[in-house]
Write a protein that binds this ligand. Structure first.
Ligand SMILES: Cc1cc2nc3c(=O)[nH]c(=O)nc-3n(C[C@H](O)[C@H](O)[C@H](O)COP(=O)(O)OP(=O)(O)OC[C@H]3O[C@@H](n4cnc5c(N)ncnc54)[C@H](O)[C@@H]3O)c2cc1C
Length: 453
């Protein structure tokens, strides 16, 4: 089985390593670096910056730990080196893993030239490959609206921020979805004054209202200005100050030193030869796929952000694994189909937010009877020891069977703790399975067992 993968991000990487393990002859064509935008531009650098911001916030709370307060200063070059070291190390690890499995990595830009041929434009010239199966996993890039000209200096996309040339004195974040709120948190922890343009009346409009309210409360405490019900319609350089001016559709104007766009992404599906071969895409350019990530062309697959499902590295990776199994004909055996409703996700703010499965509000909207149990971290010994009792754990279950349907966590280590609820949702476990687990004491996870009571 000759399997050619275009794009070596989480989807391509997982598909490659899993397919090779199952016996395929795999080639990955990557125009940049293996690890993808996830490693180079998105997940890893953003979370590295957030970790540094988190260390600064923690230092500001040292007094509460019985220590003298310290006032850390940012070392911008040190931060840049740290980001490069982490992404570099991961990239090297991914590359050697693929090479050790005999997977061929071609550095170049690829396109389909026929139903079974892929052309890679490399530094050594064009190389044509024949393939029995092809995966498109070319990812996405930040969406830049027509009313904005990004200069990478003061008007930024998220990709210009790792770290920016200078830490903004005042940053306007346009967009209040997951990326927007993470950037608010990141820069306010690093000491910037931050204004967030929120087009609706709630940050994180897709999330549980109680969860969003906890985050808004924290933002307001930190002095973040929320411009609710305002849609940005222009961002320009201010010739007087050298900063930026953001104008909103309700007439409000914000002047700041920098502005960053966080208004979603666009799929990298142009110039791949897809339309010419009749591969179906939606009007936004996302590739249509079935539950096996197969396009309307039987041996051409799409996974990751290009598939327009959940734009998460974790989902991209799982899609990649499922593609590998389908390519090798294993989907007919013991094979759990992808259920995007069971994907856990996290928002790396302070407090951290994570959720999985059915949300309380969605259950009400569906008219579905549920049982909701909630425990605040203020009742947790470990949260008090950590000097951080913010947040709560909420578990949604079926009132008749006790099967766990979903949950939300707001608080320290939420992204780690949600794994227990995610496992319960995927495996169909009951609240009693969590409640009767003998967990560690003192630990934040005890609140999971309490919430499951
Ligand atoms: C700021 C930010 C933070 C994020 N943080 C998280 C997070 O914490 N957790 C999480 O789960 N998700 C996060 N995401 C989402 C996550 O980054 C994406 O969902 C993930 O990168 C998608 O993986 P992918 O494999 O589809 O594509 P990518 O990671 O985008 O990789 C695609 C690869 O394809 C290559 N490519 C493109 N076109 C071609 C071509 N023609 N030929 C050869 N190669 C090509 C690109 O160079 C790239 O390396 C974040 C996103 C953003 C914007």
């Amino acid at each position: 089985m000759k399997f050619v993968i275009i794009g070596g991000g989480p989807a391509g990487h997982q598909a490659a390593t899993h397919a090779a393990r199952l016996g395929a002859t795999v080639t990955v064509i990557e125009r940049d670096v293996v690890g993808g935008a996830a490693n180079l531009w998105d997940c890893i650098p953003s979370k590295t910056m957030i970790a540094t911001g988190g260390a600064m916030s923690f230092a500001r709370r040292l007094e509460g730990m019985g220590l003298e307060e310290i006032k850390p200063e940012i070392d911008r070059d040190g931060l840049a080196e740290r980001i490069e070291a982490i992404t570099g190390r991961l990239h090297t690890g991914f590359t050697s893993q693929l090479q050790s499995q005999g997977i061929k990595i071609l550095r170049g830009t690829a396109r389909l030239t026929g139903l079974h041929t892929v052309m890679a434009d490399t530094v050594d010239g064009e190389i044509e490959l024949s393939a029995d199966a092809i995966l498109i996993s070319t990812g996405s890039r930040p969406r830049i609206p027509q009313w904005c000209t990004v200069d990478g200096d003061r008007i930024l996309t998220t990709r210009d921020c790792y770290p920016p040339k200078e830490i903004p004195t005042h940053l306007v974040v346009i967009g209040s979805g997951v990326t927007g709120v993470e950037f608010v948190h990141m820069f306010s922890s690093l000491g910037s004054q931050v204004t967030l343009v929120v087009s609706r009346q709630q940050v994180l409009p897709q999330k549980d209202a109680e969860v969003a309210a906890a985050l808004e409360e924290d933002f307001l405490k930190r002095g973040v200005r929320l411009l609710k019900g305002a849609r940005a319609e222009s961002i320009e350089r201010d010739p007087d100050t050298g900063g930026v001016v953001v104008s909103c559709d309700d007439g409000r104007v914000v002047r700041a030193s920098h502005g960053v766009l966080a208004i979603g992404s666009m799929p990298n599906t142009e110039n791949l030869g897809l339309a010419e071969l009749g591969v179906d895409m939606d009007p936004g350019g996302y590739i249509s796929i079935n539950q096996h990530c197969v396009t309307n062309v039987a041996h051409i697959y799409a996974a990751g952000d290009v598939s327009g499902k959940l734009p998460l590295a974790s989902v991209a990776s799982m899609q990649g694994r499922k593609v590998a199994e389908h390519v090798m004909g294993l989907h007919t055996r013991e094979h759990r189909h992808l259920d995007y409703d069971k994907a856990a996700s996290a928002i790396f703010t302070e407090p951290e937010i994570a959720d999985v499965g059915l949300a309380e509000a969605d259950a009400f909207a569906l008219g579905r009877k549920i049982r909701v149990t909630k425990v605040p971290f203020s009742a947790s010994a470990k949260a008090l020891i950590n000097n951080d009792p913010r947040g709560f754990i909420k578990i949604v279950s079926d009132p008749l069977t006790g099967v766990v349907l979903g949950g939300s966590i707001v608080g320290r280590h939420a992204a780690e703790l949600i794994s227990v609820i995610a496992l319960a949702v995927t495996a169909g476990l009951k609240v009693s399975d969590i409640a009767e687990s003998m967990l560690v004491h003192p630990a934040l996870s005890e609140a999971l067992a309490d919430a499951a009571e």
